[in-house]
Design a binder for this molecule. Structure first.
Ligand code: PAF
Length: 281
């Protein structure tokens, strides 16, 4: 696996591959890799001649500075996992490489519309602008044919779809199903910050989503959501939201939307760690 810290060297290597007609697949990450990321790499491996992964903990997408400071960093283990999974190129830039204009410099503003006003958008002001800024830069550098992202960040996937429309970047977005621990907990880098006991408790989120899925046909949504919230609170979570939304545009639903795909989404804090998860209904 080739490793690059600088944009120029990365772009030169990719340009050579593209000249040789190679198909480029890209998996952007913030490191602290787990099996969920590796499943993105494996899928990218199936579609692409050259698999590029980036590891960059992006300061502009953290609305909570404490969350940024505590974001797990496990570069050496990440490199081993990426090599074993068949990654061809790792891009590992420093903050100054990604933000020569400065983290607080002038950045583009993306009109993500309604998508940025609900759920994660409402609870994490400017988070999606930060995601847009960095993913736009990374896509400019890598110019992939295919982009691979995890369904666990359901709303982020919708934002990236919109970013691709806004910027007219011709990459195809592939959304890869969430990988779960045996107890149902969605794999996430943030799980590293949970104690063994908290990891057991955290499984209540996926149990709650399964209850919602089971009840969606015959229980009114407000009752279903109230029970779900209570279930989470009783387990010790501080709940930001439990919602059912249309899976195509995230319209928040109070009753079934006939003929439209639906998704249940949760964000809740266990101690200091904020977890999100979702399930298609
Ligand atoms: O999902 C993530 O890990 C990040 O939000 C991403 C897409 C790599 C942008 O920093």
């Amino acid at each position: 696996m080739y490793q690059f810290k600088h944009r120029a060297a990365l772009q030169e290597a990719i340009a050579q591959e593209k000249k040789a007609g190679k198909r480029i697949g890209f998996v952007p990450t913030m490191g602290a890799l787990h099996e969920g990321h590796i499943s993105l790499i494996r899928t990218a491996r199936e579609y692409s001649d050259i698999v590029v992964c980036s590891i960059f903990v992006n300061p502009t997408q953290f609305n909570d500075p404490k969350d940024f400071e505590k974001y797990p960093i496990t570069i050496q283990e990440d490199i081993l996992q990426l090599t074993a999974a068949g990654t061809d190129i790792l891009f590992l830039p420093a903050v100054a490489e990604m933000y020569p204009e400065g983290v607080n410099g002038r950045h583009p503003h993306y009109d993500f519309g309604y998508l940025e006003t609900v759920l994660e958008g409402a609870y994490r002001p400017n988070h999606f602008q930060g995601v847009g800024i960095i993913v736009h830069k990374l896509l400019d550098f890598v110019q992939p044919d295919d982009l691979f992202m995890g369904q666990k960040d359901f709303q982020q996937c919708m934002i990236i779809k919109k970013l691709l429309e806004i910027t007219q970047i011709p990459a195809k977005l592939h959304i890869i199903p969430t990988l779960r621990e045996k107890n149902g907990l969605a794999m996430s880098s943030r799980n590293m910050r949970l104690s063994a006991e908290e990891r057991q408790t955290a499984a209540v989120i996926s149990q709650t989503l399964r209850h919602i899925k089971a009840g969606v046909g015959d229980t009114p949504f407000p009752e279903l959501l109230q029970n779900a919230r209570k279930h989470l609170q009783d387990a010790g979570f501080q709940v930001d939201y439990v919602a059912i939304a249309a899976a195509d545009d995230l319209e928040i639903l109070q009753q079934p939307a006939i003929g439209r795909p639906m998704v249940a989404l949760v964000a809740a804090k266990l101690g200091e760690v904020r977890l999100i998860d979702n399930m298609l209904l």
